[in-house]
Write a protein that binds this ligand. Structure first.
Ligand code: PLP
Length: 451
């Protein structure tokens, strides 16, 4: 017999207050796109950085390496809690060849993807100790940092008027006047802007960290995806004696996001006992969990030392560079937006100029059911870039992520440079270009301001 549900409250509040911070629009938008797909709308997925979903093919030589590992019984066991020793030695050697801060295998800690590493990075920090990161923000960092502290994320501005480079004055002042800040995050190359930090900017950020006794974190998951001739440096090459953590992984370059394999490299951990304890705590946390997945760790040096790896990476960079040019040619002349070409990673963030979008604008949609969906979604939306994104999805089938979901006061959206088929890419960005123009001109007052 079914018992009637009563509405008694739980004995205590179940959720940590910081759980409010865990909204992830990059995946939320998928639910809306799926509703439209069910109504017959073709969707152009521009919302997530998974090359495999966008039909990247894995070369046979990588598959052969994995076949070999699958045949080896040792692949099926736990590994050392910090990660497979040979692989940690390998990544330490690769870092040391860059002639910056030197490390050993003991300074390397493997995780089940960088997402797992990012979680651990903030989870064990004192809630009053904060890490300031870039805005627009990659939500996994900003949401998890905010969740650890029960507060809103702390950010420094990347400036769309200056190639998305960090506003160093803004960073310095925020660090200076907020004593709770203990660390600075950089994401180089950056998600969501595709910006690559120039070496002089990195050097200045190191100086701020040195002056205020902070540690630095550099998420370098896109380090092998830099193109269009720009140059940067890894954290270990600019850090000097400042404590730092680099975060690296194989999700984007190999690309193998489903491997769930990423790692931290601890630099100068002896420079400060507190920092050393912080690193040791993350190691202990991994020990308590036992270890991270063995197979991808065993594959990593075999893949990266294979003679085809470097030419393969060069070809992938070339392809992303070509896509960046197709996108530029479609968007760079639109007067309603601020467009910065990308040089790294595979995202671009498009910003609407001040005052050009508002909550009166719309896109024409012929299909009554699609139109009803769009109108329903935008009814309670306060941020006009979300409104644009929902209309773009319903009217043109293009699924992007609104910039207001990236801890930014700017209005815009993030796109990816992952579409493998150049014709589909061009078609997608021609739809986006049309949508921007149609949306902005749907309010005659805005048109008058622009002309
Ligand atoms: C900047 C950045 N860091 C970390 C990650 C997470 O990577 P992983 O697949 O290793 O969890 C991503 C994924 O998109 C990312 O963009």
């Amino acid at each position: 017999m079914a018992l009637a549900h009563d509405t008694k409250e739980m004995r205590q509040v179940l959720l940590h207050e910081g759980s409010r911070q865990l909204d992830y629009e990059i995946r939320n938008i998928v639910k809306k796109a799926e509703e439209l797909e069910a109504l017959g709308q073709k969707i152009y997925w521009e919302n997530i950085g998974d090359p495999i979903l966008k039909n990247a093919t894995i070369p046979d030589w990588i598959k052969e390496i994995l076949h070999g590992l699958v045949d080896d019984d040792l692949t099926y066991g736990y590994c050392h809690s910090k990660g497979v020793l040979g692989t940690r030695e390998y990544v330490a050697k690769k870092n040391n060849e860059k002639a910056g801060v030197q490390i050993t295998a003991d300074d390397v800690l493997f995780f089940n993807g960088l997402g797992d590493a990012i979680g651990k990075l903030y989870q064990f920090l004192n809630p009053h100790s904060r890490v300031i990161g870039p805005s627009p923000a990659y939500s996994t960092h900003s949401a998890l940092e905010a969740a650890h502290s029960n507060k809103e994320p702390l950010t420094y501005n990347l400036d769309p008027e200056n190639h998305w480079y960090p506003d160093l004055e803004d960073l310095r002042l925020k660090v200076k006047y907020n004593p709770s800040i203990v660390g600075i995050l950089i994401i180089n190359p950056d998600n969501p802007t595709g910006m690559v930090y120039p070496v002089e900017v990195l050097t200045e950020i190191v100086e701020i960290a040195r002056e205020f006794n902070l540690f630095l974190v550099s998420d370098e998951i896109y380090t092998n995806i830099i193109y269009n001739g720009v140059e940067t440096k890894s954290l270990s090459q600019v850090l000097g004696d400042v404590p730092g953590i680099a975060m690296k992984g194989i999700s984007k370059d190999t690309p193998w996001p489903g491997s769930r394999c990423g790692w931290m490299e601890f630099y100068n951990r002896d420079a400060d006992p507190d920092f050393n304890n912080y690193c040791a705590t993350m190691e202990n946390a991994k020990m308590v969990e036992v270890c991270s997945t063995t197979l991808p760790q065993k594959a990593l040096p075999l893949i990266q030392e294979h003679p085809s790896f470097q030419p393969y990476l060069a070809q992938r960079r070339q392809e992303v560079s070509e896509r960046s040019k197709v996108i530029s040619s479609r968007l760079e002349d639109i007067s309603y937006i601020n467009f910065n070409p990308t040089n790294g990673a595979f995202y671009n963030t498009i910003v609407f100029k001040d005052g050009v979008i508002n909550n009166n604008q719309f896109l024409e949609i012929d299909d009554a059911k699609l139109k009803a969906k769009a109108e329903d979604w935008v009814e309670n939306v306060s941020s006009p870039d979300k409104r644009f994104v929902y209309y773009l999805l319903a009217a043109k089938g293009v699924c992007v992520v609104p910039l207001s979901s990236f801890q930014s006061e700017l209005l815009g959206f993030r796109i990816t440079l992952l579409e493998e088929d150049i014709e589909v890419l061009d078609q997608t960005f021609s739809k986006i270009a049309d949508a921007i123009n149609e949306f902005c001109t749907s309010d005659k007052e805005v048109e008058a301001v622009m002309s």
